[in-house]
Structures are given as C-alpha cells and as structure tokens.
Write a protein that binds this ligand. Sequence first.
Ligand code: SF4
Length: 383
Amino acid sequence: MELYLHIPFCRQKCAYCDFASWAGREAWIPAYVTAVLREAEQARMALGPQGLITAFIGGGTPSLLPVDALRRLLCGVQALFPLEAGAEFTSEANPGTLTPQWLDAALSLGVNRLSLGMQAAQEPILRALGRIHTMAQVRESVAMARRAGMQNLSLDLMFGLPGQTLADWSESIDAALALEPEHLSCYGLIPEEGTPLGDAIARGEVELPPEETERAMYDLALERLRRAGFLQYEISNFARPGYACAHNLGYWRQTPYLGLGVAAASMLPGTDPEEAYRRRTNVRDLAAYLRQGQAGRFIPAEEERITPAQARFETMMLGLRTCEGVSERAFLTMHGIPLEEVYGQRLRVLAQRGLTEKAGEWWRLTRRGMDVQNAVLVELMEE
Ligand code: SF4
C-alpha cells in the first residue's frame, strides 16, 4: 500500500492555487496532527497490518510544520504503518520555509526524497504567482538539502505563465538543471476558476502566452531535458535513470493507497466482486475535518464504488499517461481478462490514425496521441 499525508498549511496562498491549503492557520497545526493520527489509527483498525511501499507528504507546505509536529506525525503514522525496506518516502517543501533542523528531522524520520517548488527563475514571475520565495532561496534550499544529506531531489517548474516568454522558460530550465536535481516536473499552468489568477485571466485582465508558445515551451523542455540525460516517464515528469517517482508510478499503476488528512483521497480494495476498489475523499473543510477528528468519526465527503469495467478503463487512462504505456501482462493479472479482448480493436483503429502504437506487449500513445489524449480516451471508453 502507498500512503499520502496531506499538510494543508501555507505561509501565503499562491495566486493560481486551488489545492486544499490555507495561509495563517498555523495555530491549528497541533490539533491537525492529532486528527490525522486519529484517522490513521482508525485506518489501521479497518485495514489491519499494512507495510508502506511508498509514502508522500504533500500539501500545502509540509516544510512549514514545526519539527516537534513533524516528529509526532511521522513517528505516530509509522508506528501504525511501517515503511517497508527501501521504500521511497517523499516530502514536498517550499523554498523560503526550509531549515536545516526540519531537514535533519525529516531525514531521521525516513524521508529520503525532497520535492521542491521552484516554478520559475524570474523574480517578477515568482511575484506575479504569489510565491513567497526568490530564485536565490531556491538555490539556498537545494544547497541546504544536499548538505543535510538528501540524495534524491526533485524540482517543480511551471510553463505557460502570464508574461512568461520562451526565453524565460529556457532560462528557468537551465537554472533548474544547474542545481543538478535527480528529477524534474514541468507543469503547464491550468487557470482554475475561483483563484485570483484564474479569475483575472477570465476577466481578460491577464493574458496567457499563445498556444503555439506554450507548445514550443513543452517541446523545449522535452529536448533540453533529454539532452541533459533525463528520461521522460510521464507527460510532465522527467528523471535521471533510476529516479522516477515510485509513488506517482504507483498511482498510475493503480496500487492501493491510503490518504490521510483534510481533502485526502484513498483508493482501497473493494469488498465484493462488483467492486474492484473503493475511492474515498475526505472533507475539504479544515474546521470540519478537525471536528471529525475530535469526534473520532471520519465521514468522507465522497465515496465511490469502482466497478471492474471502470477499473479497466482507469488502467488505460492512467497507464497511457506514462511513456511506457499499458502492459498486456499487467492488465491480465489485474483484471483477469486480456487487454486484447476489451480494447484491442479500438487500440488498432487508433494506431492506424497514428495515435497509439504497440512495442512488445506494451500499448502506448504516440507523441500525437499524447497531444490529444482526452479525445483518445473518449474513444477507448467501453459502451
Ligand atoms: S505553496 Fe503550493 S499549496 Fe501552498 S498555496 Fe502555493 S501552490 Fe498552493
């Protein structure tokens, strides 16, 4: 099983962010840790003994947790769900909040991979995004993490940003590569309704780069990172050999996961033949989550039974996001039915149109197929 722990605290809310995270609520951290530990205890009772093959602390800004809270949280959770030998354990962190003490504590508690939000190398762009840090602080954070002994480091970058030129993007990639990370994620901005930036774009007050520029930015990343020795293993993710994120690969391969914390989602095995697995999402309201914690009763905001047919489609949807694609053998093992029988005909039609291809026992999207991924998935849906 994989574990996801959600930390919903941030120093300041970024202009584009619609994640479940809040600024100015740090006083709630002790109560939040107590609630998460209570949720973990209940999950342990329901699931029985489970080792963790990966764990991920995301947010929010996990590096905003005081060291004593981090220690209480991670010791408590690992006493219930121990990490298996060699498990990847990632924590997200933001430059401007990271300290040597936090890093030492995280490493001593088993965290062995750090994912830092860099986003861009230009101060005006960072300010426009509402990021709290400068590029100098990104460099400081990376140096601090390396000094502390963090050997697996990922940087997040964003493209398609307001005011961002192709030259800015090229400079951001170079600045990230100069920091010698093991892994890079490059996300195109998706303007979300209800965020300050999304709303300003909708009102026409802020302009995004044209679509051709955004496409050129993505192409530039593919080329530059390939030349720098990174392998692309998913649309937005690139790693040096051996450093693909095991936790994310687990999501895309439908490994069961437990999510703890406000707004966290879980996907756990089903209880009857008509339920391949069950997806639950916690409440998104922090005060409501804390009340549930105090009452010792966690009521999910959403709960969905995933049928075997839905699970098969999700295998395709998630697997085709990755560059290796979907394995016929893994599909058969997971669903007890050959991939050929369910999707063979439709995949071949798509292949004739240059959107899918087969390599050995793997079906994957071509570059053109990646560009129109949603349309391909619609065509693959079972009637
Ligand atoms: S630091 Fe991350 S989670 Fe926090 S507001 Fe910014 S984008 Fe959202």
